[in-house]
Design a protein around this ligand. Structure first.
Ligand code: UDP
Ligand code: MG
Length: 322
C-alpha cells in the first residue's frame, strides 16, 4: 500500500460465484484505477464448491491489490464477512459489499466522501429494488417487525452494503457473539451514521445464494439476538390465558348455581386443551430459541476457520494463521 493515499479495504464474500467472477474483478479493477484512494480488496471464499477459489488464487497471486482468504468450509455469509473483517489492513475504512454486483463497487468514492465528513458508518439504502417481489415484500415485513421488536434501529431497506471506519471494524471484531446479524451490530455500535440511496439492480449472473431457509435463519438470528420481545409476549399470553380461564369458570359456576344449567361443552373442552397445549409448545419453542443461542455461545468455538490466505502475492497456510 502507498503511504500518501488514504487506505481502504473492499471486503467481498464469495460462495459459488464463478459465473460473475470475471465481471466482478473487471469492475473492481476499474474502480481501483479510477479512485484516488489506496484500495486493497479482500476476497473471502466461503467454502465454494465451484471454481471460485481457483480463480481467487490466480487473481491474488498475480495482483497484489487483491488478497484471498479461504475458509475451511461454508460458514455462511455473515461469518464469511466476520472472517474477512479480521484480515483487514487498511488504516481508514472498509467497504463491505456482495460479490454478485448487486452492490455496485463504483459507489466507493461517494461513500468515502461521507466518511471524510465524519461519518463512521455510511450504509446503502435501496431506493428502488429490482429484486423479485416475494423477496422484496418479505424483507420489508421483516424490517418492520424488527423495528417494532428492538431498540436497535436499523433503517428499512438496507443490507450489509456499507462503508465502516476502521474503528467500527475493530469494535465489530471485538464482539464475540456467535449468531451474527452484522447490519444490526453495525447500527448498535453507534457513532455518526449516514444512509445513501442507490438503485439496487437484479442479480445478472448466477443464482441467489440465499434460499428461503437461509433467509429465514438470518431473520430469526436478527430478532432473537436483538430483542427480548418474544419472551415478554409469552408472559402476556400466559396472563391472558389465566384471566380468560377465570372468566370462563365464573360464567360456568353462575350458570350451574343460579340458572341450573350444566354445559355439555365437549367441543369447547377439546378446543381449550389443544389451544393451550399449542400455546405452551410455542412458548417452550421461543424459550428454546434463546437457550440454543446460549448453548452455542458458551461453547466458545471459533466462529470460522481460515484454511489459508494469499496476501501480497504470498501464500500463508492455516498453521501460521492459527
Ligand atoms: N454468500 C456467502 N456465503 C453463503 C451465501 C452467500 O459468502 O453461504 C455471499 C454471496 O456469494 C454473495 C453475498 O454473500 O456475495 C450475498 O449473497 P446473494 O447475492 O446470493 O444474496 P441475495 O442478494 O440474494 O440476498
Ligand atoms: Mg445478491
Amino acid at each position: 500500500m502507498e503511504k500518501n493515499k488514504p487506505q481502504v479495504n473492499l471486503l467481498i464474500p464469495l460462495y459459488n460465484e464463478e459465473e460473475v467472477y470475471d465481471k466482478l474483478i473487471e469492475r473492481l479493477t476499474n474502480v481501483i484505477e479510477k479512485t484516488t484512494l489506496d484500495v486493497s480488496v479482500i476476497l473471502v471464499d466461503d467454502g465454494s464448491k465451484d471454481k471460485t477459489p481457483f480463480f481467487m488464487r490466480e487473481t491474488a497471486l498475480k495482483d497484489e491489490r487483491f488478497s484471498a482468504v479461504f475458509l475451511s468450509r461454508n460458514f455462511g455469509h455473515q461469518l464469511a464477512l466476520t472472517a474477512g473483517l479480521t484480515c483487514i489492513n487498511a488504516t481508514e475504512a472498509v467497504l463491505i459489499l456482495d460479490g454478485d454486483l448487486q452492490d455496485p463497487p463504483e459507489l466507493l468514492d461517494k461513500f468515502y466522501a461521507y466518511y471524510k465528513e465524519g461519518y463512521d458508518v455510511v450504509y446503502a439504502e435501496r431506493s428502488s429494488n429490482a429484486e423479485k417481489s416475494f423477496k422484496r415484500l418479505t424483507s420489508r415485513w421483516f424490517y418492520q417487525l424488527f423495528d417494532r421488536m428492538t431498540e436497535t434501529k436499523i433503517p428499512l431497506n438496507t443490507g450489509d452494503f456499507a462503508l465502516i471506519s476502521r474503528r467500527v471494524a475493530d469494535i465489530l471484531n471485538q464482539m464475540p457473539e456467535e449468531r451474527r446479524f452484522i447490519r444490526g451490530m453495525r447500527s448498535w455500535v453507534g457513532f455518526k451514521q449516514k444512509g445513501i440511496f442507490f438503485d439496487r439492480p437484479q442479480r445478472e449472473y448466477g443464482e441467489t445464494k440465499y434460499p428461503l431457509t437461509k433467509m429465514l435463519r438470518l431473520a430469526l438470528d436478527g430478532i432473537f439476538s436483538f430483542s427480548e420481545v418474544p419472551i415478554k409476549l409469552i408472559i402476556n399470553l400466559g396472563i391472558l390465558a389465566v384471566l380468560s380461564s377465570f372468566i370462563f369458570l365464573t360464567i360456568t359456576l353462575y350458570r350451574k348455581f343460579y340458572l341450573d344449567v350444566v354445559g355439555e361443552g365437549f367441543t369447547a373442552l377439546i378446543f381449550a386443551i389443544t389451544l393451550f397445549g399449542g400455546v405452551q409448545l410455542i412458548s417452550i419453542g421461543v424459550l428454546g430459541e434463546y437457550i440454543v443461542r446460549i448453548f452455542f455461545q458458551v461453547k466458545e468455538r471459533p466462529l470460522f476457520i481460515i484454511e489459508s490466505r494469499i496476501e501480497k502475492q504470498k501464500e500463508i497456510n492455516g498453521q501460521e494463521i492459527l
